[in-house]
Design a protein around this ligand. Structure first.
Ligand SMILES: Nc1nc2c(ncn2[C@@H]2O[C@H](COP(=O)(O)OP(=O)(O)O)[C@@H](O)[C@H]2O)c(=O)[nH]1
Ligand SMILES: [Mg+2]
Length: 285
């Protein structure tokens, strides 16, 4: 019968289509099963990334090195002390040739609080919640004068002109200055004033290292994003040629509850490396 033959053919075609569809469904199911069986792959870690540092040019300190750095900065027999405060470069007593490290950044980014945290001092460096209060440079001796830490006036509104002239003189002329730390607020992100500061120090060919401040205010994943963003910035024209391939992240934990000190040992170690004190505290055999 014609009608029956036609149906057979049609049904035959349908069966083929069905087979194809079935095969597709099976394949999809198998795929889904395989996916479900495979343990979820953790996000690939960024090489060189740790909790308080992102390194692409340096190697991370060992636990023993971090412990020595903490010891150096917290020796009770040799507490940190104020060395000098000056507004003008020519007035700074140039005596002494201890290695120096300077802390730069916008007003209120947390420079003075961070110095106090590193030096294990409550209020050696003057801190203020009102921006632009520190107009002078202050120097502090650490470890019996083996290192001098400099708290610089904030870069930002109102103080830019004075800042430019005096600080640039210091940064470019001071022979014993071995590293400049540029603080960027992890909470507020990179601001135009930060870009101007980075451009200024890059143009003056000053070597520096970036430190993200106030990380107690942001989530861990935001710190990672900030690290990547800042690396990109440092590798752009803004960053110049002298940025260290290592960004640190810190919290100075000032007064309020819930604000924990973080990343301070790593920063202490970075200062010791800059000052050539890697071997300090290593017992001689
Ligand atoms: N949450 C938080 N606040 C901070 C931190 N460091 C500093 N601050 C606060 O930020 C303000 C400015 O700090 P200060 O150290 O004077 O900044 P400077 O102008 O860069 O020297 C003060 O109110 C500090 O208490 C930090 O790590 N975490
Ligand atoms: Mg200050």
């Amino acid at each position: 019968m014609r009608g029956g033959a036609e149906r057979e053919v049609r049904e035959g075609w349908k069966e083929e289509e069905l087979d194809v569809e079935l095969a597709r469904v099976e394949a999809r199911e198998a795929e889904a099963e395989a996916e479900a069986e495979e343990p979820e792959e953790p996000e690939a870690p960024l090489p060189g990334l740790s909790k308080y540092a992102y390194r692409w040019d340096t190697s991370p300190p060992t636990r023993a090195q971090l412990a020595r750095a903490d010891k150096f900065f917290t020796q009770s027999t040799l507490p940190a002390e104020h060395a000098w405060t000056q507004g003008r470069f020519r007035e700074i007593e140039l005596a002494g040739n201890a290695p120096e490290v300077a802390f730069l950044g916008r007003s209120n980014v947390g420079k003075s609080s961070l110095l106090n945290a590193v030096m294990n001092a409550r209020a050696l460096a003057y801190t203020s919640s009102k921006p632009g209060r520190t107009r002078a440079m202050s120097a502090f001796k650490v470890g019996g004068g083996r290192v001098v830490m400099l708290d610089m006036p904030g870069y930002g509104k109102g103080s830019r002109e004075e800042w430019g002239v005096q600080i640039m003189k210091y940064l470019t002329r001071r022979k014993q200055l071995c590293r400049t730390f540029v603080l960027l607020d992890a909470d507020h992100g990179v601001k135009p004033a930060d870009i101007m500061l980075l451009e200024a120090i890059s143009q003056a060919d000053i070597s520096y290292q970036v430190v993200l401040s106030k990380i107690d205010r942001v989530k861990e994943k935001d710190i990672k994003e900030a690290f990547e963003g800042v690396k990109g910035l440092l590798e752009s024209e803004v960053g110049g040629r002298r940025a260290l391939g290592e960004i640190l992240a810190v919290s100075a934990a000032p007064k309020r509850k819930g604000e924990r000190k973080q990343g301070i040992s790593e920063l202490r170690w970075a200062i010791m490396v800059a000052a050539g004190l890697e071997r300090w505290g290593v017992h001689k055999k």
